[in-house]
Design a protein around this ligand. Structure first.
Ligand code: CP
Length: 310
């Protein structure tokens, strides 16, 4: 197995090798043990300063990165657009250069525009970690999702995973597909054809329009929300109709001839893509995903920082 990551930045899963991903998983397993101890802190990132810069809203990713950084003993600063000088016309590069002038070593960035973290990585020396860029990639979400499958089912290779919902606007879908395929899983996407990217099959996935068939096929169903904030067109007649066709409820699960694992990256729109009785059921590993997110982000921060020392 590799002992160091092959990348300086984590911009997307597309840049990682399967060995990189396995290294992140084995490191996260160690950190998961650490964060379940009474004393949850290790000194690995002492004297490293990390800036979390969020140009778009977040609950899980922002808190999870901040906690991961603090568990590793990093110094942490947080920036979000509301209340900042971005509203006065300051550019991304100027904003980041001002943050870097304060001697920041690593930047965790969420941005509504696809490609923003890549753009930044060409201009700054700090390690850049993409915390979600537009409808492009959300690499740490895909890593924690695949890690959660491994922790639940023992392995990812050979598992059948269906990703259900708004594939067109979802950075979680693209990063999950790339990650799961690199690890040897079989992947289907399921949802209305209007929410499927035109060339999705070129990623080695197949499309299933019938939710019940997709669920009967899979070991794991990852339910995505409809990204209404990224839709300026009508892709289906109404949310009610979407729920009738693609919403997951207990009745559908009870018709399957085997139990399946239910995942959701959050935030959940209860009663739209998933009902509460499914989201809160034993089959759902949604909060395990959140717990694993801290360990995965600790692993990514630790391994990128270790590369700087080499
Ligand atoms: N899964 C996820 O990215 O959630 P947040 O938008 O709350 O960070």
């Amino acid at each position: 197995m590799a002992t160091a990551l092959s990348v300086k930045h984590l911009i997307g899963i597309k840049d990682l090798t399967a060995d990189d991903i396995e290294l992140i998983f084995s490191t996260a397993e160690n950190f998961k043990e650490v964060i379940n101890r009474p004393i949850k802190k290790v000194p690995s990132l002492r004297d490293i300063t990390v800036a979390n810069i969020f140009f778009e809203n977040s609950t899980r990713t922002k808190l999870s990165f901040e906690l991961a950084e603090k568990r590793l003993s990093a110094d942490v600063i947080n920036f979000s657009t509301s209340g900042s000088s971005v509203s006065k016309g300051e550019t991304l590069i100027d904003t980041v250069n001002n943050i870097l002038a304060m001697k920041v070593d690593m930047i965790v960035m969420r941005h509504p525009k696809a490609g923003a973290p890549y753009f930044l990585s060409n201009y700054v020396n700090a390690n850049i970690i993409n915390a979600g860029d537009g409808a492009h990639e959300h690499p740490t979400q895909a890593l924690l999702d695949a890690f959660s499958i491994k922790q639940t089912l023992g392995d990812v290779a050979g598992r059948k995973v269906v990703i259900v919902g708004d594939i067109l606007h979802s950075r979680v879908a693209l990063s999950n597909i790339l990650c799961l395929k690199k690890l040897g899983a079989e992947v289907k996407v399921c949802g209305p054809l209007t929410l499927m990217p035109k060339y999705i099959e070129q990623l080695g996935v197949s499309i299933e329009l019938d939710l019940k068939k997709a669920l009967q096929w899979c070991d794991v169903a990852n339910m995505l929300r409809i990204q209404l904030e990224r839709q300026d067109l009508k892709y289906f007649p109404s949310l009610r109709e979407y729920t009738m066709m693609y919403g997951l409820n207990k009745n559908i699960l009870n018709q399957l001839d085997k139990p399946i694992v239910i995942m959701h990256p959050g935030p959940i729109n209860r009663g739209v893509e998933i009902t509460s009785d499914v989201a809160d059921s034993e089959q759902a590993i949604i909060l395990n995903q959140v717990e694993n997110g801290v360990a995965i982000r600790m692993a990514v921060l630790y391994l990128l920082a270790a590369n700087n020392k080499n």
